[in-house]
Write a protein that binds this ligand. Structure first.
Ligand SMILES: *[C@@H]1O[C@H](CO)[C@@H](O)[C@H](O)[C@H]1NC(C)=O
Ligand SMILES: *[C@@H]1O[C@H](CO)[C@@H](O)[C@H](O)[C@H]1NC(C)=O
Ligand SMILES: *[C@@H]1O[C@H](CO)[C@@H](O)[C@H](O)[C@H]1NC(C)=O
Ligand SMILES: *[C@@H]1O[C@H](CO)[C@@H](O)[C@H](O)[C@H]1NC(C)=O
Ligand SMILES: *[C@@H]1O[C@H](CO)[C@@H](O)[C@H](O)[C@H]1NC(C)=O
Ligand SMILES: *[C@@H]1O[C@H](CO)[C@@H](O)[C@H](O)[C@H]1NC(C)=O
Length: 460
């Protein structure tokens, strides 16, 4: 008991002292002299639109703060984040700094979607003073992998495919589709076909797919927050090979090189072979040059060059393309071309007719020769009585064809096509050759006459 009183007195004194201190603190802190100016904000709190993962900070500038305190509050959750430089919220991504003067900053690092909302900078006057700023967290688009959709989609021709592209992001991304090569997308319905450069939507339903629609398709998701993302799908269309032979009848002179061509469409790629009519498969060797040029995803050109033609090389050549869906063949008849040599002769009426009918050209590149027609008018037989009557229209219609052939150093057949081969425009070439032949006869006759006259003169 002896220590009771002194102890009790001491604690009573301490409590009294504490009360005075608290009174003094609160009265000085919260009710400043009325003459003083109240704290005021110098600038508005910013609004931020920030991409997820970035860092951002709000800046609060307060003048005349005196002993008031600046606090940061998340308005929507009413959570006090910090008072002065003391963190209240247990969030390691938040921090507050003070520049020792009038500026307080709330820093948010690695911003997350739940950081979006309204932030308040508050001063504990009575009534309190505050200002607010908004933070919007945006997320760039992303494309989700849907049930492991393969990026290679395969269908048979005329089949359907559904391409899907689910995108996430904030704001909600817009998904558009386009073809990588820039061609239009074909959209088919029961009774309509629409072609469009781009298609908007998460699903692209391709119906009745044709081979021309084969290729890469991109789905592109964008929401204004860079970067946009895209995903590539390859649409693979499968079908039986198709062969087109544009020149089924080709003529070339002995000793020349000739190019035979087949155009093939096939998917998957076909096994391509060249045959002679005797069934012998042709292999690349000194005589035969075999090559393929890819035109697009499903089409290619087959070239067969036969070099130094000899008599045994004339006949039928077959190109063949085969894949899992079937097989197709195309054939080309190669015929010998007899060439007349250019001659000049004067006729009785002293009219000079130059006949070049076929004019041999040597290309600068390579040794290949080509033969082009000099002029259309050269084809009209002059002073020659016994040629087959020909209409001019028929001849001119045959011309473009000849010009085309010349570029590939081959000829349309001069001789009438055999009965079994398909009729072509090439039949029109027959008369010029007859004309040349008859002309040659008359020239021979004239030369003979001249010689006889000369002999008579010399004899005299
Ligand atoms: C922030 O946005 C609000 C409305 O959303 C607007 O009233 C305020 O002026 C904006 N603040 C700034 C600094 O632009
Ligand atoms: C906000 O999101 C982050 C990441 O998703 C998470 O770690 C954190 O706990 C969330 N905070 C709140 C307050 O929900
Ligand atoms: C492609 O589609 C656009 C419309 O999106 C159209 O204007 C254009 O003519 C189409 N092109 C072809 C080659 O169909
Ligand atoms: C096949 O022939 C065409 C036409 O002459 C030519 O453009 C192409 O380059 C040729 N391809 C090959 C591989 O020789
Ligand atoms: C070519 O002429 C023949 C007979 O003169 C005619 O029957 C044929 O239709 C003509 N062909 C062309 C392509 O003009
Ligand atoms: C001839 O060439 C033109 C263009 O150069 C082409 O449009 C035409 O189809 C060709 N004709 C043949 C029979 O190859």
């Amino acid at each position: 008991m002896a220590y009771g009183l002194p102890y009790g007195m001491a604690s009573r004194n301490f409590a009294l002292c504490a009360l005075i201190v608290v009174f003094l603190y609160t009265s000085l802190g919260q009710t400043p002299p009325k003459s003083e100016v109240l704290p005021e904000f110098l600038a508005l709190l910013e609004n931020h639109t920030v991409t997820q993962g970035r860092d951002v900070s709000f800046t609060c500038v307060v003048n005349h703060l005196q002993s008031y305190k600046v606090a940061w509050i998340k308005s929507d959750s009413r959570a006090i984040l910090a008072i002065h430089t003391h963190m209240v919220a247990h969030n390691p991504r938040l921090s507050v700094t003070h520049n020792g003067h009038n500026t307080w900053k709330l820093h948010v690092t690695n911003v997350q979607p739940n950081d979006s909302g309204t932030y308040m900078c508050q001063v504990n006057t009575d009534p309190m003073r505050s200002q607010t700023g908004h933070m919007k967290v945006v997320i760039p688009p992303d494309i989700m992998d849907l049930d492991n959709t393969a990026d290679m989609l395969t269908t048979k021709e005329n089949g359907d495919l559904l391409l899907r592209c689910r995108a996430t992001g904030n704001p909600e991304p817009v998904v558009i589709w386009r073809r990588e090569d820039g061609r239009n997308i074909t959209l088919r319905n029961e009774n309509s076909v629409k072609r469009t450069r781009t298609f908007e939507g998460e699903q692209l339903h391709l119906r009745g797919i044709q081979r021309q629609e084969m290729g890469s398709y991109l789905c592109i998701a964008s929401n204004g927050v860079p970067p946009s993302v895209s995903k590539r799908y390859y649409v693979n269309v499968r079908f039986k090979p198709l062969i087109k032979v544009s020149n089924q009848l080709v003529a070339a002179p002995v000793d020349s090189d000739v190019l035979l061509q087949c155009y093939v469409e096939s998917s998957p790629k076909a096994l391509n072979t060249w045959y002679r009519n005797n069934g012998v498969k042709l292999l690349a060797d000194e005589k035969h040059d075999i090559s393929e040029v890819t035109i697009n995803d499903y089409a290619y050109q087959l070239n067969l060059t036969v070099r130094h033609l000899d008599k045994s090389d004339f006949g039928t050549y077959t190109c063949s393309a085969e894949n899992a869906f079937g097989k197709m063949e195309g054939s080309i008849r190669l015929q010998e071309l007899q060439i007349s040599k250019p001659t000049t002769v004067s006729t009785r009426n002293t009219e000079t007719i130059e006949k070049h009918t076929w004019h041999k050209q040597t290309e600068k590149k390579g040794k290949k020769h080509s033969y082009v027609l000099d002029k259309e008018s050269d084809l009209i037989p002059k002073n020659v009585g016994h040629t087959t009557p020909m209409s001019r229209r028929n001849l001119s219609s045959a011309l473009p064809n000849i010009a085309n052939k010349s570029r590939i150093s081959a000829f349309p057949a001069p001789a009438p096509a055999p009965a079994h081969s398909a009729p072509t425009q090439l039949g029109a070439q027959k008369p010029p050759f007859n004309g040349v032949k008859s002309l040659r006869d008359s020239r021979l006759c004239h030369v003979g006459l001249v010689v006889i006259v000369l002999m008579i003169l010399i004899h005299d």
